[in-house]
Structures are given as C-alpha cells and as structure tokens.
Design a protein around this ligand. Structure first.
Ligand code: NAD
Length: 478
C-alpha cells in the first residue's frame, strides 16, 4: 500500500461508521500497473444499509439542521479540503493517473464547490402566488430525501463536489458509489467531511462494482433522486432503473465537443485552449474538445501550430507531473488503441512522446484528413486524440459541430460579435464558450448536456433546483 494513504481504504462509510465489506477489490495504479490498495466490494446489502442510514439522518440531526447550519458545515468542509489539498491531490494523482498539477486543481475545485454551496444553502426559497380571494398560496423548496450519486473515475473530486455539495446544501442525505477504478478521494473526502462536523448518515460512501453496488443503488426503492456521470450505456440502465421507481435522474454522459476556429480568430489566444482541452487528463474528460473545426484558410497553419505543441508533450507517471499521465486502465488503453487502429485512412499530424514505462500510456495524437462522419470524428474516444476538420462557411461549421449524437460543450473563436451570438444560439450544447474554453473551472456555471450527452444541470445555482423539489401550499383563510 502506498505511503500517501493516511486511512484504511478497505473501509466504507455507512451511518457514520467505517465498515468492511464481505469482499475487496484491487485498485490499480495507472502509472505503473501495480496494485495501490484493496477497496471494499460493496454489495446490495451494504447499499441497503447505506440507504437506511441516509434515511435515518434525514429524521435525525442532519434533517433538523437549518439551511444556515448546513451552509456552515459545508463551509467548514471546504476549508478542511483546502487545508489538505496536497494530500488529496497526491491520492487523486496516484489513483486516476493525472499529473499532480491537474489533481491539485481538482482538489481546489472540490473546496470551491463546498464554498459555493455553503454560501448558496440558505439563498434558495419559495414564493407566494396571487390566487383566489381568501387564499394565500406559497411554495416550499424541499429536499428530495435520499440522493444516490454514481461517480466515474475521471474527475472523482470535482464530480463529488458538484453533486454531493449541491445535494447536501439542499438538505438531502447522500449515498455515494464511486468508481471501482478510482475511489480514494471519495473515501478521503468522507473522512474530512465527518471530521469537519457532517452528521452521521448525511454522506455514506459504498465503493464497489457498477453492476453490483451501482445497480443496487439505482434500483433501490428508498432512493429519491439519482445523479449519474459516466457512459451512455450505463446512463441508459440508470434511467431505466430510475423510471421503475419513478424518480428524477440527472445524467451527464460525455460528448464529442467541438472548438470552432473562424478566419478572424485570435490564434495566439486560441492555441493553448485548443490543445489543452484535448489532452487534459489524457483526454478522459467528458467536455474534452476532441474535434477542432478550422476555417479552411487557416487549416494548415492551425495544424502546424497544434503539431508543434503536440511534439513537446511528454507523457509519464502522474507524480512526475508531466503534461499527460496514463489512461485509467489497460481496458481504457485498449479502447483508445482500438479507435486509433480505425484511423489508418487519416493523417497523423503529430504525436507526443511517452517517457513513462509500465503504465497505461498512449501518445497524444493529432489527426487530420477525416470527414465529419468518420468514426473518429463521431465517437467519444476518451483518450488523448483530437481530430481537425476544415469548414468553409458558418452554416457548415454549425452543421459539422451539431452533427454528432452528443451536445455537451462547444467553443467558438471569432472576433465578430454578431457571429458569436449566432453561434451561441445555434450550437447544440449545454455550454458554449466564446474566445475561451472552460476557463476558470466553472464551479458557478450550470453544466450538462443535450442529446446523448444527457439531461439535467449540475454546477452553479441551477443544481440546487435539481436537488430539491417544490411543494405548493394553498391556505384558505377567508
Ligand atoms: P461506466 O458508465 O460504466 O461507469 C461510471 C460509473 O457507473 C462507475 O461508478 C460504475 O461503477 C457505475 N456503473 C457501471 N455499471 C453500472 C450499472 N449497471 N448500474 C449503476 N452504476 C453502474 O463507465 P466506464 O466503464 O468506467 O467507462 C466507459 C466509457 O464511459 C469511457 O470510455 C467513456 O467513454 C465513458 N465515460 C464517460 C465519463 C464522463 O465523464 N461522461 C466518465 C467515465 C466514463
């Protein structure tokens, strides 16, 4: 077990108690292929216990807290996370394989979500509605109850921050099922939150396999809302299970996001965003800009300038803090290599350099020569692979950008203000960035997709509506 572990990762948190599951799973280190630790292999009975503990919390100390008090607890958790950024970043780097500086940014974002939702906890309220004579009608904003949170392996800290943070702010009690490939920071966060005063049962963490603990959580009749981030296929299963219990579900299922470079773009400003948004976290980012659409007049220039950056990229172990780390698993590397094998008809404009050894490394690859309907320009690859596609007109750019099953994020680079507004209106995406792409992290910015990218919005104030429900009270007083 690594020295970075300051707790026993084989324990899960249920109702304020750290417990062992009947079985464990090995947790891989993507940087060298070794085993980092054994983690709990939660079963449906553990999920039952966690849901019961969350329900109990709603009827106990947690459920009785005012919005102000919940905010104060979240504020303390945010500060405690900030105090431990380095420890959390090291765990995330080891577990996910992302370079330390990216893991550090994720830990700071986790703190920022806690801070944001701490401040927001007592800011959302109901209304009064003019109605019939002799009536007063008001709306109450109330928690759903027990919320299930199924988190993937690519950004555990950020995704926990945005979904658990908002759910707790609104007074829900959470059952969190982190991914079997990466769950150390979920367990660390739960310890930090408890030490900061989060009451027993308000947050329960049960690691395990998706088809076991994950499926048990989504099917559980005691769960009142599910927040899921991951693949389209699993998202469909989650929505089917939620439909059987008739509960709301938020799905964030990834994308094939474009950045569009018009002929009047400020290329010096665009270049870092074009490349970083493709290779950050080794491309394993739902909002990765995996398609770069470039006006034909600039195509060769942009490709040459991106290629120069690609040639300088170094890929190696997370703790060496290079530009790019390994992929999460051998399976993910095989998936990405499978896509690259389908790129024989394309041109490899540039590749980065793998200096690491023994881990799940893939050289970042910049591809040209694809048509918009090429498999590599359509599928979410979830690896460090970008495809450059030329276009002639604004209408063609929109058609290509909107021409996939997804619609998560889009970026537009142009100095033309009217065009900026037309693109913002016409792009099929939950977020459109103009002359930036994901700048500032976006804790405050509502986030989610259209089409196969999912539905519902997390992040920002908007998430608080999703994690609560409205009750209308009509009082007849004459
Ligand atoms: P996945 O969707 O299977 O896993 C995501 C989470 O869902 C994990 O916690 C997993 O344990 C859980 N899960 C799996 N099966 C479940 C089930 N039947 N019921 C409930 N929960 C279940 O994703 P994956 O297999 O880890 O990755 C496969 C592909 O998904 C990737 O190649 C990538 O394209 C995509 N992906 C997208 C995101 C994203 O941020 N949108 C994140 C991870 C993976």
């Amino acid at each position: 077990m690594t020295d970075a572990l300051w707790f026993d990762p084989a324990e899960m948190l249920i109702g304020g108690r750290w417990l062992r599951a009947s079985d464990t799973l090995p947790l891989g280190n993507p940087s060298d292929g070794t085993t980092l630790a054994e983690i709990p292999r939660g079963q449906s009975r553990d999920i039952d216990a966690a849901v019961a503990a969350a329900d109990q919390a709603l009827r106990g100390e947690w459920g009785r807290m005012t919005a102000l008090e919940r905010g104060r607890v979240l504020a303390r958790i945010g500060q405690a996370v900030l105090d431990r950024v380095e420890e959390l970043a090291t765990l995330e780097a080891l577990d996910v394989g992302k370079p330390l500086k990216q893991a550090r940014a994720d830990a700071v974002a986790l703190a920022r979500y806690c801070e944001f939702y701490a401040g927001a906890a007592d800011k959302l309220h109901g209304e009064t509605i003019p109605y019939l004579d002799g009536y007063t009608v008001l709306t109450l904003r109330q928690p759903h109850g027990v919320t299930g949170h199924i988190v993937p392996w690519n950004y555990p800290m950020q995704i926990i921050g945005r979904s658990v943070g908002a759910a707790l702010a609104m007074g829900n009690a959470c059952v969190l099922k982190p991914a079997e490939e990466a769950c150390l920071t979920a367990l660390a966060f739960a310890r930090i939150a408890r030490d900061a005063g989060l009451p027993d049962g308000a947050l329960n963490v049960v690691p395990g396999i998706g088809a076991e603990a994950g499926a048990a959580l989504t099917a559980h009749p005691g769960v009142h809302h599910i927040s899921f981030t991951g693949s389209v296929r699993t998202g469909q299963l989650v929505q089917e299970a939620a439909a059987r219990n008739v509960i709301p579900v938020t799905l964030e299922l990834g994308g094939k996001s474009p950045q569009i470079v018009f002929e009047d773009a400020d290329l010096d400003a665009a270049l870092p965003f074009l490349v970083n948004a493709g290779i950050q976290n080794a491309g394993q980012t739902c909002s990765a800009a995996s398609r770069i659409l470039v006006h034909r007049s600039l195509h060769d220039d942009v490709v040459a300038r991106m290629a120069a950056r690609y040639h300088a990229l170094r890929v190696g172990p997370a703790l060496d803090d290079l530009d790019v780390g390994p992929l999460i698993s051998a399976r993910q590397r095989e998936l990405v290599e499978g896509f690259l094998a389908k790129a024989e008809d394309l041109t490899v404009a540039a590749q980065g350099q793998v200096v690491g050894d023994g881990g799940h490394y893939v050289a970042p690859t910049l591809l040209t020569g694809a048509t918009p309907d090429h498999p590599l320009a359509q599928a979410e690859i979830f690896g460090p692979v970008q495809v450059v596609l030329p276009f002639e007109t604004e209408a063609e750019a929109i058609a290509i950008a909107n021409g996939t099953d997804y619609g998560l994020v889009a970026g537009v680079w142009t100095r033309d203000g009217a065009r900026q507004m037309r693109m913002a209106r016409d792009l099929k995406a939950g977020q459109v960035f103009v002359n930036n792409y994901g700048a500032g992290g976006g804790v405050e910015l509502p986030f989610g997709g259209v089409g196969k990218s999912g539905h519902g919005r997390e992040k920002g104030f908007e998430a608080l509506y999703g994690f609560s429900q409205l009750k209308t009270v009509a009082v007849h007083h004459g």
